[in-house]
Design a protein around this ligand. Structure first.
Ligand SMILES: *[C@@H]1O[C@H](CO)[C@@H](O)[C@H](O)[C@H]1NC(C)=O
Ligand SMILES: *[C@@H]1O[C@H](CO)[C@@H](O)[C@H](O)[C@H]1NC(C)=O
Ligand SMILES: *[C@@H]1O[C@H](CO)[C@@H](O)[C@H](O)[C@H]1NC(C)=O
Ligand SMILES: [Zn+2]
Length: 416
């Protein structure tokens, strides 16, 4: 018996000591992008200079954030100077920031002073279900490619409420999303302010803190900057993973998505190829009363944007664009009041960076959900995906304020 346990523990610690991908002396540069040609110029050098995109520019005059190894720095800076692009160094050693995110001592309970593992988040969800049984319903939409349950929570104080649906951490490396949305769940259950109590009681909240569970675990254990799912799409096994936010079944693979399995924006072999997305849409179809979801949020980081449809074109606007912008303003205006964090809002398509096959597009076009957003949390690239643990609570607090403002604004124009 104890021998067996010892072997088991031995295996566990072995699994945890598999070497992690390191980013010693990797840099992140911000490059100001004025037009599509400049963006294409950067993209064309991706392989030669081992560039990896951290942030795409959303509109002309926005900037791109690009990571590269130390050995590419000279060639990269020469290229930018030759082309008269403005740039600045944002992060001089990516590995230092990765190390700063790792707790020296793991707390087993949630305190939002460190980034938690999937197991810790799930243990906490179990507690919530028993502690707040009358208002909390835990649900599972199904299993991931690697067999992990994909879990969510419904918070409902009374029947007949309209609903808000939030999926978070669909991109594995965006840890601040699950960290802040779990804090928000805690606020909804134990509101410290009347505004939060009001939105907890008068709206049903469906929240999936970590949708891309396989990628999330992989980003904790092996590669901190992993983005995609862990589905093996490429027959040679050289490239793994689908960009789950390009895998939805609306205008799949039309624009801003890649057919190359090695790409960070690989849309998958076909629409809803990945079980995470297929089961998410099935859950929304079959387990949530039709028409009850009025707001759909896909929570991401980073860049401080709130983006609405359309993603595939900026030549036309969706019918509900004025409502989308009104509610976005409610979010951004409430959020900025706490610490002055400015969010930019608008439709996500620009001539610079269009996307299709994303969650918010599917929510609007297929499910008729009036207010669908992609929200990109802090920051603007100073630390990017690698916000220190001390930032979790401030980010979560301002987002909570934003959601209160969002619900008030939606009420004001009868969306809810
Ligand atoms: C670069 O920045 C300088 C000073 O801010 C500005 O005058 C110039 O127009 C910029 N150049 C480009 C290509 O954006
Ligand atoms: C979900 O419902 C939409 C129509 O509302 C349908 O087009 C889609 O195929 C459904 N998806 C799943 C997985 O059930
Ligand atoms: C979409 O929703 C609007 C308003 O909520 C409603 O008038 C319309 O009939 C719905 N369309 C479909 C196809 O469900
Ligand atoms: Zn993302």
């Amino acid at each position: 018996m104890f021998g067996y346990l010892a072997i088991l523990l031995g295996c566990l610690s072995l699994a945890q000591s598999t070497p992690q991908v390191r980013y010693d002396d990797y840099k992140v540069y911000e490059v100001k992008i004025e037009n599509l040609q400049q963006l294409q110029l950067l993209n064309a050098q991706e392989q030669r200079l081992q560039l990896s995109s951290w942030r795409e520019p959303r509109f002309a005059g926005d900037s791109a954030d690009v990571m590269l190894p130390a050995e590419s720095v000279q060639a990269f800076e020469q290229l930018l100077q030759r082309q008269h692009l403005n740039y600045s160094l944002k992060i001089s050693n990516v590995q230092d920031l990765i190390d700063a995110q790792r707790p020296k001592q793991r707390l087993s309970h949630m305190e939002w002073t460190q980034y938690h593992t999937l197991d810790e988040i799930y243990a906490w969800l179990d507690d919530l279900q028993s502690k707040y049984a009358s208002i909390v319903t835990a649900f599972t939409i199904g299993k991931s490619h690697e067999g992990r349950p994909i879990r969510g929570i419904k918070i409902s104080h009374r029947p007949g409420n309209s609903a808000v649906f939030i999926e978070s951490n669909i991109h594995a490396r965006e840890w601040i999303t699950s960290a802040s949305i779990t804090y928000f769940i805690d606020e909804l259950l134990v509101p410290s302010k009347p505004g939060v109590r009001h939105i907890a009681q008068t709206v049903d909240w469906y929240i999936i803190p970590v949708l891309n569970v396989d990628g999330f675990v992989y980003s904790h254990e092996s590669e901190r900057l992993w983005r995609k799912s862990r589905l093996l799409s490429d027959p040679t096994g050289a490239c793994v993973g689908t960009d789950l936010n390009r895998n939805f079944d609306y205008r799949w693979m039309e624009i801003g998505a890649s057919a190359d399995p090695c790409s960070q924006t690989y849309a998958g072999p076909f629409a809803e190829s990945d079980p995470e997305i297929n089961q998410l849409t099935r859950y929304i179809n079959e387990s949530i009363p039709a028409g009850s979801i009025k707001i759909y949020i896909s929570l991401h980081s980073y860049g401080q944007y709130l983006l609405s449809p359309w993603g595939h074109t900026d030549a036309e606007f969706p019918e509900h664009y004025p409502q989308m912008m009104g509610v976005a303003k409610g979010f951004a205006d409430a959020l900025v009041r706490r610490y002055g964090t400015v969010f930019t809002y608008g439709s996500s398509a620009t001539t610079l960076y269009a996307v299709s096959g994303s969650g918010k597009e599917w929510a609007y076009a297929v499910k008729n959900i009036t207010i669908p957003y992609t929200i990109e949390l802090r920051d603007k690239g100073q630390l990017g995906f690698l916000l220190p643990p001390e930032d979790i609570i401030p980010v979560a607090r301002e987002v909570t304020d934003g959601f209160v403002g969002m619900i008030e604004a939606a009420r004001g124009i009868q969306v809810l």
